[in-house]
Design a protein around this ligand. Structure first.
Ligand code: MTE
Length: 305
């Protein structure tokens, strides 16, 4: 896969994961920190960029999670999401589309081309990770259904199955979990539907079998275990935005200059950095400004936060 986006190096651009792991173990043994080994990309700038994109560990990505349908503790999803049935799975695609209907996971996977994207991931709670996703561009799935010209937004819905989701017994949110994007955000090439991490199928706690990933927005926009995608001309209901519009905007683009009412967003704690690691500065659009800033030209980002 060609490296079309400077911030989404693919595994093909980097050392194969097993080799990377081995090297990391070796380097750890030597007491050194390394970035991803690069094959064919030689510049110092590229090297420092990829060093910053060194993925978190499998352990970190799969045990430090937010998936409130299974509880609000960071370890709850890993402990309880195993009971969610993810096969068979289908996604209802409806609203302003030419080919509405129930698309099975098999149908979707057959039609889509999977690729790897290594993205920074920044939670609104001011922690961050780097995650190697596998998935496909949401735009390709939207094209499969055929988006009609009146559509302006895309709405998403997570599975709501109380018998398998102990966290839904608590009205923390108005279940099912819902999210939304403007159509141009949804169609942006950085926006993917993930089916895997670390070359393995997505674990349930990370949103199996299919979850949204929008790397320039706070993590809560990246809705998990999606069962419905609706094309609409109205701004969609977004769970956190509706629960507390003062704290969670519909856009929720990562922005170090706009504080959350209860904490600053200027810096973040990189998971895995160790207890005493220094916080790192948060970057505009989570480092994807070159690619996405034009989507918001002319908008007051303090108002449309
Ligand atoms: N999707 C659903 N259905 N339920 C959730 O509670 N949490 C969101 C998002 N998607 C959430 C969700 C939040 S707050 C974050 S930070 C990310 O998932 C966390 O993704 P991860 O656990 O895979 O890192």
């Amino acid at each position: 896969m060609a490296n079309r986006w400077k911030n989404d190096l693919t595994r093909a651009d980097a050392t194969p994961y097993e080799a990377f792991l081995n090297r990391r173990q070796i380097m750890a043994g030597l007491g050194g920190a390394i970035g991803l080994g690069l094959s064919g990309v030689g510049s110092a700038a590229a090297a420092s960029e990829t060093a910053e994109l060194e993925p978190n560990t499998w352990e970190e990505v799969t045990t430090y999670c937010n998936f409130y349908e299974f509880g609000t503790g960071k370890g709850d999803p890993a402990a309880y999401a195993g009971q969610m049935t993810t096969s068979p799975w289908s996604v209802e695609i409806d609203g302003l589309v030419d080919r509405p209907g129930s698309y099975s996971m098999e149908q979707i996977l057959e039609a889509m081309t999977l690729e790897e994207r290594i993205y920074r991931f920044r939670c609104v709670e001011a922690w961050s990770m780097v995650i190697p996703w596998q998935g496909f561009e949401l735009a390709d799935l939207l094209d499969l259904a055929g988006v009609q010209s009146e559509a302006k937004y895309v709405a998403f819905e997570t599975l709501y199955r109380p018998s398998e989701m102990p966290g839904t017994a608590y009205r923390v949110l108005d279940w099912p979990y819902r999210e939304g994007l403007r159509l141009d955000e949804a169609r942006h090439p950085l926006t993917i539907m993930a089916t895997g991490i670390f070359d393995k199928p997505l674990p349930n706690q990370n949103g199996a079998p299919l979850r949204l990933v929008v790397p320039w927005k706070y993590g809560f926009k990246s809705i998990k275990s999606v069962v419905r995608i609706t094309l609409t001309d109205q701004e969609p209901h977004a769970s956190w935005n509706v629960a507390n519009p003062r704290e969670y905007g519909f856009y929720s683009n990562v922005n170090p200059n706009v504080s959350h009412p209860r904490w600053s967003q200027a810096s973040e704690r990189r998971i895995g950095g160790g207890l005493f690691a220094r916080r790192q500065p948060t970057t505009m659009f989570n480092g994807y400004a070159d690619e996405v800033a034009s989507l918001y030209e002319g908008m007051d980002l303090a108002k449309f936060f």
